[in-house]
Design a protein around this ligand. Structure first.
Ligand SMILES: [Fe+2]
Length: 307
């Protein structure tokens, strides 16, 4: 039996903004509700950025409209929300909690032999300063990983893989805004210490990616309303309508993203428990590499001299 988790992220309800087709968000959420009704998942995750922020008053209304759109979904399966940066620009965590009717603290949920870790570290972007992952959240995550006695799926808004943003409409020229720039490496070091199969899924970067580090698959799921992947002509794309389904068993992680920007990933659990050799130091600092480099350089120089 698989544990089934339906996932939607970066809904961005509001006005169309940059490549985000926020004006179509509620209609696309109705489609997600139909998907949940058909798939009957054990739980539903919203990975944050429910709105495209405008101002404190408008944002309250937008969040309430999104929460209302989740009502039929809540009658089908337990729904867990995470805040993204746009949910925090003009609103507090408390305001989001009141609208969504749930605590937005870090929690774990045990189901189907897995432990689902809702890592709700703050996603407030300080201006200036950017994303900062609070120490208290990192401490909580460290304890959660140390205490794990079953496979972990960690869900957050902000990814920590540090994956390349080349080609990303938002982040190619703003890579520091794609992650916690000061804490992502420490977070990955915590994952390296995990003794159980571990996977991470995040939103925020508005594209589907798989980046495997130390055996841990880091997935990012495409936004419900994103259009930049839909056309080479800026502004010509339609919303891709992406939402995902994660099926977790004792043997395998199976992640599918549906809609017009689809993807499918399968990873055996065995691989997710493996950790990798630590990376080599810079080649120039490694005597064996230096000796070989010098030998090859001398050989190439002798060939060139002979020509
Ligand atoms: Fe977003």
């Amino acid at each position: 039996m698989a544990l089934k988790i339906a996932i939607v992220t970066d809904i961005h309800h509001g006005k169309d903004a940059e490549a985000k087709k926020g004006s179509q968000a509620l209609q696309l959420l109705d489609g997600f509700a139909a998907f949940v009704a058909a798939e009957k998942p054990d739980l539903v995750l919203d990975l944050g950025d429910r709105i495209s922020d405008e101002d404190p008053v408008t944002d309250l209304r937008l969040e309430e409209e999104v929460s209302a759109a989740f009502r039929p979904i809540r009658s089908l399966a337990p729904v867990f929300h995470i805040c993204g940066n746009h949910d925090r620009d003009f609103l507090t965590i408390k305001q989001n909690e009141a609208i969504l009717g749930q605590s937005l603290a870090n929690i774990t949920l045990d189901a189907g032999g897995w432990r689902i870790v809702l890592f709700r570290a703050d996603t407030l972007i300080r201006r200036p300063g950017g994303f900062t992952c609070p120490e208290s959240d990192l401490d909580w995550l460290a304890r959660t990983i140390a205490d794990a006695d079953r496979p972990l799926l960690i869900a957050s808004h902000v990814p920590v893989s540090g994956h390349s943003q080349i080609g990303n409409y938002y982040f190619e020229n703003n890579p520091d805004s794609s992650t916690y720039p000061r804490e992502a490496a420490r977070t990955r070091a915590l994952l390296r210490g995990a003794r159980v199969p571990t996977a991470w899924i995040a939103g925020h970067v508005h594209w589907n990616t798989l980046t495997t580090i130390d055996g841990v698959p880091h997935m990012t799921q495409q936004s419900l309303t994103e259009s930049f992947v839909m056309s080479g002509e800026a502004g010509a794309g339609e919303a891709c309508g992406a939402y995902g389904l994660l099926e977790l068993t004792r043997d395998e992680l199976h992640w599918r993203v549906f809609g017009a920007d689809a993807l499918q990933v399968k990873v055996p659990l065995q691989q997710m428990a493996r950790r990798w050799y630590p990376g080599l130091p810079p080649f120039a600092e490694n005597p064996a590499h230096r000796e070989r480099t010098d030998r090859i350089a001398a050989f190439q120089a002798s060939l060139e001299a002979a020509e």
